[in-house]
Design a protein around this ligand. Structure first.
Ligand code: FE2
Length: 297
């Protein structure tokens, strides 16, 4: 298999051409995919008709997993067999509403390192998924801001219930997951990527409660400055969905968001795979979702 890896016209991300999604990639192809994933942070495959098993294999492969045997991949795929982002499938995740910027599980000790979404049923136009680079955000952070946060820690929670003041001029309903209890974790704002060693700007619009040890107003002003930098247009890319698109991204090196999705608008069913799966003991229950509507002015 000869791959062609073309950078997207944005600060990060690349498109992969030439992958045969019906066969397990050979050793050289695996190496090329892993290198591209770590360099670009996000890979797009178009018109890649693939089932959940092959999606799972590619998702694990780019993180460097060596055991890609049929047996293991089938078992891992089966554990996520009902994992969908959809406005049409019953019990799918985030079925409606707008998602502010976040990385999945950044409020836990076991965030996914890799996430993939596959366009299983899509009737364009549907709302896109947007991505921001946390590594580029750190690398380009102005010195004054960097000095203020390089030894700071921040408290992460699922959100966004307490952060509706951060919604800006987008008044779409926000999605609030209803969980079995409260969760939070405190991590360095400058967090090291476990695989690439790059520094991540580890705060987000949806999930960062506050900078540890700062008075609330000072914390929020500092976070505002960090968000303005990280979510500036030159640090973003947007993916417009079509059927058979596969997007695989580094959930630590990138954050994602989406505009409002309506239950009664056109079909937007994205098959999701996350990796690695959290230990069973720390699996977090999401019972349902509710809306946080914009406050009438
Ligand atoms: Fe998410």
């Amino acid at each position: 298999m000869t791959l062609q890896i073309t950078p997207l016209p944005s600060a990060f991300g690349a498109e992969v051409l030439g992958l045969d999604p019906t066969v397990v990639p050979d050793g050289r192809t695996c190496s090329e995919l892993r290198a591209a994933f770590d360099e670009y942070g996000l890979l797009v495959f178009r018109d890649a008709a693939l089932d959940r098993r092959m999606q799972t294999l590619l998702t694990e492969l780019v993180r460097g997993e060596e055991d890609l045997s049929d047996e293991k991949i089938a078992a891992d795929a089966a554990r996520q067999s009902s994992f969908y982002i959809s406005n049409k499938i019953e019990d799918a995740a985030a079925p409606f509403g707008r998602l502010m910027w976040h990385s999945d599980g950044m409020w836990s000790d076991h965030p996914f390192e890799v996430i993939s979404l596959y366009g299983e049923a899509v009737e364009p136009p549907v709302p896109p998924t947007r991505f921001a680079s946390t590594t580029r955000a750190w690398d380009t952070l102005p010195a004054e801001l960097r000095e203020r946060v390089e030894h700071a820690s921040a408290v992460q929670v699922p959100g966004p219930e307490s952060f509706t003041h951060r919604r800006g001029d987008d008044d779409g309903d926000l999605v609030q997951p209803v969980r079995d209890r409260e969760y939070s974790v405190t991590k360095p704002v400058a967090t090291r990527h476990p695989r690439t060693g790059r520094t991540l700007l580890f705060v987000s619009q949806q999930m960062t409660s506050h900078v540890d040890g700062l008075p609330p107003e000072e914390s929020e002003a500092l976070l505002d400055a960090l968000f303005e930098h990280m979510y500036a247009p030159e640090n973003l890319l947007e993916h417009d969905w079509h059927e058979r698109d596969l997007v695989v991204w580094d959930n630590l090196a990138c954050q994602h968001a989406r505009p409002d999705v309506q239950l009664d608008s056109s079909v937007r069913t994205l098959r999701k795979v996350g990796w690695p799966l959290p230990p069973m003991a720390s699996k977090q229950a999401v019972g349902s979702y509710r809306r946080i509507a914009a406050t009438p002015s």
